[in-house]
Design a protein around this ligand. Structure first.
Ligand code: NAP
Length: 525
């Protein structure tokens, strides 16, 4: 049952005065439950508990953490229909999407459970002593990755499960040994509370310290800001807009002790359609992209918001076909009136820009809170001059840039901000012919796609979900896949430490049988 309260460690609390409700965009009305925003005192207790819990949790074995993560997955499964119903009521997203996202969330938790149970992820590295080394003896040094401390997680509105309460940030932070305080997203506070209850149940059943997890409600930005400024918080995971991520990044860097903010933010995900692909498969790609641009009402961070090609009859035909195809698709419900408001105002602002033409816009009657898909087009020179045209319009919107020639296409790509993904639609030979353009694109993105769509992020070890700023605040890390655990750890060395006092990962006898590097040689067990 949803109470509207905060989880301050294992206890429910609602002493705060600020109350709010979530919104059902399909029915265009508020949902019933009243949520209580976390008070200053509750924030303090949650952080103090997390800080205390860290003293224990940082040393808990991989096997125990694995039990905890698997139990969270079990408890989420046990939430059954209530979770799915609440998700749909708070997001307007269809049931199939809710079920799919729950599956992905559970898969992520179990993947991290397996990773920490196996244990080699800590990158244990041992350089043994050599007392006879000349001119000075060599000491014994042993290194591994250790958790950084309490982590605050902000989820995004468009993924109430997979990028929220028990999403990738929380799963990876808990796996690393860091307690987590979630700043719950106000648009899906009920979904967040249900998932939080699953985490708390799992923590209690597997004997985790109180404070290993807290879930704080908020209706505005204050709770999040207080958390980021709190001296006992040691890192931040954020998924959301560039504005929000940047504000938190700046706040964290102004602290007396600056802390890392791993913000995964918006992106326009440029797609290049090269001449032979436009000629041979333009119609096919137009149909595929009409689907990708409107999928989930365009509310994906990997939505293709920018398509670039070289001016000519084939590109014109592609634009024509894309425009025809996109208006055949029935619009769908967007997440919240605020998201629709932002979509409409950003779209109108784009349409006001000099030289931008609207090629297609769904014009029939639509339900309240549904998003009207729109395709616009602009000349390459105009796009280059006006950086407003480079910004994300979060929703079913895309812009086709008609470049004068290959040089201008390369110049535009080189001048784009950092992106999560880049896509090349091409005949294979064109990759070689236009290699400088492909290289320029690689330099701007975290993942490059050949003849596909950027929407849909596979959860696997090889996935990079991140990219040069502003796609993320640190392009050396990924927010998806097992390597996302690296955001919450730091390398640490023991020098001349007694063997029996070392963590198991670094002991001579290797009791965990993990893979290690010893005196420069990888030793697998
Ligand atoms: P958002 O408006 O930035 O909100 C995300 C969270 O950050 C919310 O909890 C929000 O709290 C908080 N927040 C925003 N600005 C803040 C500030 N200045 N100070 C403190 N807290 C702040 O984003 P959203 O609408 O939920 O999500 C849509 C965006 O996320 C799109 O741009 C999309 O591309 C991006 N996204 C990126 C990824 C990725 O992996 N890169 C994945 C999904 C979505 P309040 O709501 O309480 O203000």
């Amino acid at each position: 049952m949803i109470t509207g309260k905060n989880y301050i460690g294992n206890l429910l609390a609602s002493t705060g005065k600020v109350k709010f409700k979530t919104f059902n965009p399909q029915e265009n009305k508020e949902n019933d439950v009243v949520f209580s925003e976390a008070s200053e005192a509750e924030i303090e207790v949650a952080v103090a508990l997390a800080s205390e819990a860290f003293k224990v949790f940082r040393n808990i074995s991989g096997a125990k953490k694995s039990e905890f993560l698997n139990q969270i997955a079990n408890e989420i499964e046990d939430l059954g229909d209530e979770l799915i119903k609440t998700y749909c009521l708070e997001s307007g997203l269809p049931e199939g999407r809710a079920v799919g996202e729950r599956g992905r969330t559970i898969f992520q938790l179990r993947t991290f459970a397996n990773l920490v149970k196996e244990g080699s992820w800590v990158e244990a590295t041992i350089d043994t002593a050599d007392p006879n080394r000349q001119p000075i003896p060599k000491v014994d040094i042993r290194k591994m990755l250790i958790p950084i401390g309490p982590v605050v997680v902000f989820g995004a509105s468009n993924f109430p499960l997979a990028y929220s309460t028990a999403g990738g940030d929380t799963a990876s932070a808990l796996a690393s040994g860091c307690p987590v305080i979630v700043k719950s997203h106000p648009m899906h506070a009920g979904t967040g509370e249900l998932v939080a209850s699953a985490i708390i149940n799992a923590a209690e059943k597997t004997g985790m310290p109180n404070g290993v997890f807290s879930n704080l409600n908020s209706s505005g930005i204050e709770v999040g800001m207080k958390l980021v400024k709190h001296p006992e918080v040691k890192a931040v995971g954020f998924t959301g807009s560039v504005g929000g991520g940047r504000a938190l990044y700046d706040l964290a860097s102004k602290r007396l002790e600056p802390i890392p903010v791993f913000a995964e933010m918006g992106s326009v995900n440029p797609v290049i359609i090269l001449p032979e692909a436009a000629k041979n498969k333009g119609n096919e790609w137009a149909k595929t992209y009409a689907g990708s641009i409107t999928m989930g009402s365009g509310q994906f961070c990997t939505n293709p918001g920018l398509i670039l090609g070289i001016k000519g009859a084939d590109l014109s035909n592609f634009i024509q076909k894309l425009s025809e195809e996109i208006v055949k698709i029935e619009p769908t419900c967007m997440l919240h009136p605020n998201i629709i408001g932002a979509f409409e105002s950003k779209k109108v602002n784009m349409q006001k820009q000099k030289g931008l033409q609207t090629a297609a816009s769904f014009s029939d009657e639509i339900n309240t809170n549904f998003g009207r898909q729109t395709i616009t087009t602009v000349e390459g020179a105009t796009f280059l001059k006006n950086t407003t045209l480079h910004q994300e319009v979060f929703g079913p919107f895309s812009m086709v840039v008609q470049c004068e020639n290959a040089q201008q296409l390369e110049e535009i790509i080189s001048n784009l901000e950092g992106q999560l993904t880049g896509t090349v639609l091409a005949e294979k030979e064109e990759l070689e012919k236009y290699s400088t353009i492909v290289n320029a694109l690689q330099n701007r993105v975290g993942r490059i796609i050949f003849n596909g769509v950027p929407t849909g992020v596979e959860v696997c070890a090889a996935m990079v979900h991140g990219g040069p700023y502003p796609a993320s605040t640190d392009s050396r890390f990924t927010a998806v896949g097992i390597n996302s655990i690296k955001r919450w750890v730091r390398p640490f060395s023991f020098q001349s430490w007694p063997n029996e006092m070392l963590p198991d990962e670094l002991k001579n006898e290797n009791p965990l049988k993990i893979s290690r590097v010893i005196d420069g040689m990888r030793i697998d067990n």
